[in-house]
Ligand binder design. Structure first.
Ligand SMILES: [Zn+2]
Length: 284
């Protein structure tokens, strides 16, 4: 089966493709868990193979995504230690997003969505878990975004010319503009906010993340990543933000990377619909 055959099959059987994608997504999610656990600690994500916190290896059958955790009821068989619910949550989330990609997007864009979503889940997971965003997946987001833009110009909707090379150049230009806008935007906001708040606002990781989203989604996506992310971040944190105003306690940090990741995924999947809704709303 060639790649074109596969594309045609997916286009005609989106539901079947979504089921397969969901199952593959759950397995990928299992690997993303390993990345989230090990990358902030500077450990290798390849060796050693997954093992329990007590050091015992996990048998293959109990390592099956979601099912393994359900069979064990969240307790390790070797030592009875409880296994974080983060593991099945990440596996389920990755599976759902992979399936959704094939249900809502064109085949090529759906495959790219799986790469995009995986890297964002690692970044968000690391930030939530360790409040540390590793450089490797963050730079990988920028690098793969640019590379995939050149390989698949349809990522940026650049399919206008019958000359493929023109489409590729236009798509690379869109990605580079996205990187530039993403970087500049956060750099300015960070600089101004740091002066106003008199403490470091946003980290370098946020700049790289926004640039990576720009590479995948263009400059509009970078904008949405930042402002959509800010809105999501505030909504999640609203109860504690309100409590803060009442008690005037020390400023609590908002988990910005997960919020930006959520906004970026929303844009990647539903960008055109969001623009349409916005236009309808502003035009009354
Ligand atoms: Zn154990």
């Amino acid at each position: 089966m060639s790649l074109t055959d596969l594309q045609i099959y997916i286009a005609f059987h989106p539901a079947v493709a979504a089921v397969y994608a969901g199952a593959i997504g759950a397995c990928v999610g299992s690997f993303l868990n390993v990345c989230i656990h090990r990358l902030p600690k500077g450990k290798s994500i390849i060796t050693p193979p997954s093992h329990c916190a007590c050091g015992q290896p996990i048998p293959f059958t109990l390592n099956i995504p979601l099912i393994g955790w359900l069979v064990l009821k969240g307790k390790a068989r070797c030592c009875g230690a409880s296994i974080s619910s983060r593991y099945p949550i990440i596996e389920l989330l990755t599976g759902i997003l992979f399936a959704l990609a094939f249900l809502t997007l064109a085949p090529v864009k759906a495959i790219i969505a799986c790469v995009f979503v995986s890297l964002l889940i690692i970044l968000a997971g690391c930030d939530l878990n360790d409040m540390l965003v590793p450089d490797a997946p963050n730079f990988a987001l920028v690098g793969t975004g640019l590379l995939l833009s050149i390989i698949a110009p349809s990522l940026h909707g650049e399919t206008g010319s019958h000359l493929e090379v023109i489409n590729r150049i236009a798509s690379a230009k869109d990605a580079l503009l996205g990187i530039a806008v993403g970087t500049a935007l956060i750099w300015w906001i960070r600089t101004v906010a740091t002066v106003i708040l008199k403490q470091e606002a946003m980290g370098e990781a946020d700049i790289i993340l926004c640039a990576g989203v720009g590479a995948y989604c263009g400059w509009q996506g970078a904008l949405f990543c930042l402002f959509g992310g800010a809105i999501i971040g505030v909504l999640i944190k609203l109860p504690s933000v309100l409590a803060l105003f009442r008690q005037k306690e020390e400023r609590e940090s908002v988990p910005f990377v997960p919020s930006m990741a959520a906004a970026s995924i929303l844009w990647f999947f539903y960008g055109p619909q969001l623009i349409q809704t916005w236009q309808l709303w502003t035009q009354g």
